[in-house]
Design a protein around this ligand. Sequence first.
Ligand code: PLP
Length: 407
Amino acid sequence: MSSLAPRSDFPILLAHPGLRYLDSAATSQKPRAVLDAISAYYSEDNANPHRGAYELSVRATERYHAARERVARFCGVADADCLIFTRGTTEAINLVASAWGRANIRSGDEVIVTGMEHHANFVPWQQIAFEQDARFRICELTPDGRIDLDELRAMLGRHTRVVAFNHVSNALGTINPVREIAAIVRERSDALIVCDGAQGAPHIPVAFDSLDVDFYAFSGHKMCGPMGIGALIGRRGTLETMPPYQTGGDMIEFVLDYRTTWNVLPHKFEAGTPNVGDAVGLAAAADYLDGLGMDAVRAHELALVKLATTALGDVDGIHIYGPPPEDRSGVISFTLSDIHPHDLATILDGDGVCIRAGHHCAQPLMRRLGVAATARASFYIYNDEADIEALLGALHRARGLFGYAGV
Ligand SMILES: Cc1ncc(COP(=O)(O)O)c(C=O)c1O
């Protein structure tokens, strides 16, 4: 099985021909088209946007707006002004928790997250709940690593103010049924629904306008775009009525001596000089992924993860976490006998196989799994069957090194 995207599109894979990059859930590699778009922006169009009367600044402004429209189209958002550029998912969720949370969460309210959240969608809610004297609650998981929807149903009620959950778990790969969860929440509460799409948008077609969530957050660097850019998508009514997150230049309408009024969307939430170059890069990433087709991206990852799950399943002593491949994105989280995942990752690195080991910024989940850490291989568009074979070979070598060979 070959890769979906030509490996030759990715300069870093050409620079390291022996590399088996299986850590795209942490960050993806970047195609030449994205690197070229960023370079062309700085070579031809760079100026501070919005404020300039001269042509170059107008061009930079247009590039920034065009990038927003392109990324909005990628995510199925008709009203592009409801897509706020942020530094990434972490900043996007902090924006909601802080700006919306301070204005709307009150003593006695309940804030619900799940046991499979990345710290970026856990800690901001935990902290704002404590700050506002609200109750922080964690919806538990089923034994196969899904959100327990019966428990969620039972937790919801008139006190529920926020429900935050991920589209796809970074540590298990579980694909959560976003629309079904949103329907359950809406049936039983008026809660704000926040979806962490950091592992969703890069891997699965996303149509925000039909997801029925209030906010969706993602990071550009996990979807072939540059680091330092991502987005928060929200509903116009909610964004317009909530206070700004940061204050300063660009986000104001009038600054009076003792009062300030806010700019319109999206500027109200984008204080300071925007990251135009990376927005242009993210738009190029959207072009690149749409060129492959997001349905094809999902199908490719599913085929790889099925193949890898079968192959790894035959390795003695392996334990794979999470649901079956059909309900998982391109992530395989596992432990191998009593070999520490960090040792495993170091040994695999000796064979040029890059995997991640650790708690994956999901310590609450690790506690629920009863482990301190797992090893995680994650696949993307440039991976192929040879990557799986290399992973398998390296795992057998690791077993041998630890004296498990032939056991
Ligand atoms: C599910 C999930 N949420 C949030 C984040 C945080 O993303 P970022 O570090 O790009 O802000 C990650 C990153 O790994 C993630 O996997």
